[in-house]
Design a protein around this ligand. Structure first.
Ligand code: FAS
Ligand code: PHB
Length: 394
């Protein structure tokens, strides 16, 4: 088989890139390790920046988001029961965010992919990039006991943190940066009306909590848990009681609880690999970087990578500008580090991490108070939360 771009991974990064390239007449094949149902079964992000929403529309997969997604022009931060609303729209000249689950946008991209008749091979195992440092790379894989080889011009590693792409780059060509936080987020999805029309990020002595949503009848809640916690030790009732203890009284009193549809613990990690490319292999999304979900930047930073590679490859094939491929990593990394810093900063301010000294706790409380009580501070939070603009490739 032969194609222009092989995309490894059918998560949001791979599917969005595949659709955008297809719209530009750049044929591509996506290889995914698990089934489509398994991909859809992972409950993850919920907040989209406007840039991501625009890319989804450009990819021909934004229709349901524009109908079912909720446009939010504000977000709340509660500190030990005191609520402050960050008016995103007024502080950023009208920018907002869209609340629409990653599961749904992944489904929309899968549907668009099916209509595009591009090849997507699910349950493709032993996927392996070859000759990535040369001019004739190829990817091998197996499916239903048969071995396959795809000759291509470029390989897009969209296979997440545990994928094969990053591991295919010689270790002496990369530098890794990492912070693993002592704890994670225990998340619950429930078919209950959300406790608040906008998201509420809550700092509390007992630990962080987040009230989010997917629709007016589907809510998503999180509480920070310690590094040794196991999801099986958290009954629904125990979860709801702990969440109520961390929320401002007026929210705790009106919280509507119900059985969990999904319950899982997501680890908290900051990670970046530099550079995000090697030869004809490019790393996108979680294959190249991970953030703690506190700033809602995981999915949105991945979209920035997709925008950059899509813009570059469009010029490569339409204008013969193959030298632009050398700019991919440096173009992505400025926005990646912005997202890393904001997620790290919000996580440190809002979480009670073991090992934080009393003095550090005071510093974080004072910093949080400064940012929340001043318009300058709120503008800095709002500017980063709605997302920084994508870089234009010239
Ligand atoms: P993904 O990991 O989504 O997709 C990679 C795909 O590649 C997967 O489908 C995988 O099966 C496939 N793959 C892996 N290895 C392969 C191989 N060798 N061959 C072929 N395919 C392979 N972000 C937020 O903003 N908010 C959140 O609340 C949030 N919660 C999260 C919870 C968890 C448990 C995790 C892991 C991440 C969470 N994230 C969250 C971040 C998440 O949304 C990611 O940013 C987003 O999924 C990134 O998308 P991709 O880069 O496509 O990676
Ligand atoms: C979610 O709804 O899953 C969500 C929203 C905002 C975040 C993290 C997760 O910062």
């Amino acid at each position: 088989m032969k194609t222009k771009v092989v995309i490894i991974g059918a998560g949001p990064s791979g599917l969005l890139l595949g659709q955008l390239l297809h719209k530009q007449g750049i044929d591509n094949i996506i290889l995914e390790r698990v089934s489509a149902d398994y991909v859809l079964g992972r409950i993850r992000a919920g907040v989209l920046e406007e840039g991501f929403a625009s890319l989804l529309r450009e990819a021909g997969a934004g229709e349901r988001m524009d109908i079912d997604g909720e446009v939010h022009d504000g977000v709340e931060i509660a500190v030990d029961g005191k609520r402050v609303r960050i008016d995103l729209a007024s502080l950023t000249g009208g920018k907002k965010v869209i609340v629409y689950g990653q599961t749904e946008l992944t489904r929309d991209l899968m549907d668009a992919r099916t209509l595009s008749n591009q090849i997507t091979s699910y349950e493709a195992v032993n996927v392996e990039p070859h000759d990535i440092a040369g001019d004739l790379p190829f990817v091998s894989y197996e499916k239903d006991g048969q071995k396959f080889k795809i000759q291509c011009d470029y390989i897009a590693g969209c296979d997440g943190f545990h994928g094969v792409s990053r591991k295919s780059i010689p270790s002496d060509h990369i530098k890794e940066y990492e912070r693993v936080y002592p704890g994670g987020w225990l998340g619950v999805l429930s078919a209950t009306p959300p406790v608040n029309p906008e998201l509420v990020y809550a700092h509390h002595e007992r630990g962080f909590a987040l009230c989010s949503l997917r629709s007016q009848s589907l809510s998503r809640y999180y509480i920070q848990v310690g590094p040794k916690e196991k999801v099986e030790d958290w009954s629904d009732d125990r979860f709801w009681q702990e969440l109520k203890r961390r929320l401002p009284d007026e929210l705790a009193d009106k919280l509507i609880t119900g059985p969990s549809i999904e319950k899982s613990i997501a680890p908290m990690r900051s990670y970046v690999v530099e550079p995000m490319q090697y030869g004809r292999l490019f790393l996108l999304g979680d294959a190249a970087h991970i953030v703690p979900p506190t700033g809602a930047k995981g999915l949105n930073t991945a979209a920035g990578d997709v925008h950059t590679l899509y813009s570059i490859l469009t010029k490569v094939y339409a204008e013969g500008r193959s030298e632009l491929t050398e700019k991919y990593s440096q173009t992505c990394l400025r926005r990646v580090w912005d997202g890393e810093r904001f997620s790290w900063w919000m996580s440190n301010l809002l979480h009670k991490f073991e090992g934080k000294s009393a003095f550090e706790e005071k510093m974080h409380k004072s910093e949080l108070d400064y940012y929340l009580r001043t318009e300058t501070g709120q503008k800095i939070i709002a500017d980063q939360y709605v997302g920084l603009p994508y870089d234009e490739i010239k």
